[in-house]
Design a protein around this ligand. Sequence first.
Ligand SMILES: [Cu+2]
Length: 494
Amino acid sequence: MITRRQLLGYLGGVAAMGVGLPLLGGTTEPGTLIPSLLPLPTPFRARLPIPRTLTPGRHPEHPGADYYEIVDQVVAHEIIPGVKTRLWAPGGTFPGPTIVSRSGRPTVVRRINRLPVPTVNHLHGGHVPADSDGFPTDLVFPLDYEPEHESMAGMPMVEDPSAVTTVGHRDYVYPMNQRAATLWYHDHRMGATGTDVWNGLAGFHLIRDDEEQALPLPSGDRDIPLMVADRSFNRDGSFRSPDTAMDGALGDVILVNGAPWPVADVHACRYRLRLLNASNARRYRFALGGLPFVQIGSDGGLLERPLTHSTVDVAPAERFDVIVDFSGHQGRSVTLTDELDGGPIMRFRVGDPLPDRTDVPDRLSEVPLLRREQAAVIREFAFQKGPRYWGINGELFDPTKPIATPRLGEYEIWRLVTDFHHPVHLHLAQFQVLSRNGKGPGPADAGWKDTIDLRPAEVAEIIVRFTDYRGRYVLHCHNLEHEDMAMMALVTVV
Ligand SMILES: [Cu+2]
């Protein structure tokens, strides 16, 4: 079997393949299962970890900003009882520590690389200048990097004269001129994002603002971020490599905040759960034992009005902010399950009620509906498989050749055509879904989105407007194996 690294090597860079590739048919799985080689742990034994929230500091180079330092490092952690897993851990944990920013107040994150490989950090959902977006070739090399040990995966195979690399660390500067939302950070290294994220380079970055804080929503320890990610393990506890699953790596152990099928003790009252699918390729259809999910937010923050779902489909990189009411369930266990796989995700043990002053107002925020007539440009992007790669409009990722050059401030409609499950993610701008297969948006499409869950042989239209920052960004599939096998394109905002 050819691995992604070999493939990128064979291609030796960028090959323009012909457009008009045939559609794949009949595939319903978003990837290939990589089975673990050790006995799987018993579900609901591990406690749900909550990633620690960092306290901001100050830095003289960045006056007025909240400043953070995160050291990306190798640690060994017991995820499966009895064995240790080597992680590439931001700040020493997986998930990495949570950053909480205030809307309107700049945040600077210094990422210090003490890993054996280069890194690139992307703030997913961030509205940030191009030089802090984590462009896939803007590598941060470790101080003692020896490229001969990692030549295929570590170095970009394509010459990119515009890449801005650093050694040791990089300061990512985020203006935070955006509304409250559940963002996350993760690695974005060209050709190796799947491996880097699978090994641990991911964490939450939340933004809060006055509008959201004025709402009577559950907060404090009743506002729980849940990073759901599947992984597979070798006999010695190390992660199996996702590298060989060219259509997407599926693990057989579901981690929530880094723990396998954990359990959380909750009170019999309302909670806010920030659901993030940080899996490389797996899609989930979350269900909660018959309890409804009251969705209050999407990728880009609050919805205008809450939406009630019995299940929610969450593709890689999507976020769903939901309110769950455990009142009336004291003394019971409520299990979060995946209806697509039929397996559990985690369990909530419901304890005593608390006096609950929270509420979910009928009106949460204002989300102005973008209209088709506002768009000046229509573009079409076909996400399709080639013989040995994944491409967009028949092209492999070329960091020097833009697939689109949208003008700052103009509305555009993008038609996204697919052959397979492709969670399509756009950097810089949040968009709205206009249609799917000629009909209206789907139940998971409400609000501002930065990732859309496209199903096989689907055509979706999104409307988007790039504002504030010119420069190099990317459009790509967030199935990380597809992304690494070149299903990504340069979008240069002009
Ligand atoms: Cu894809």
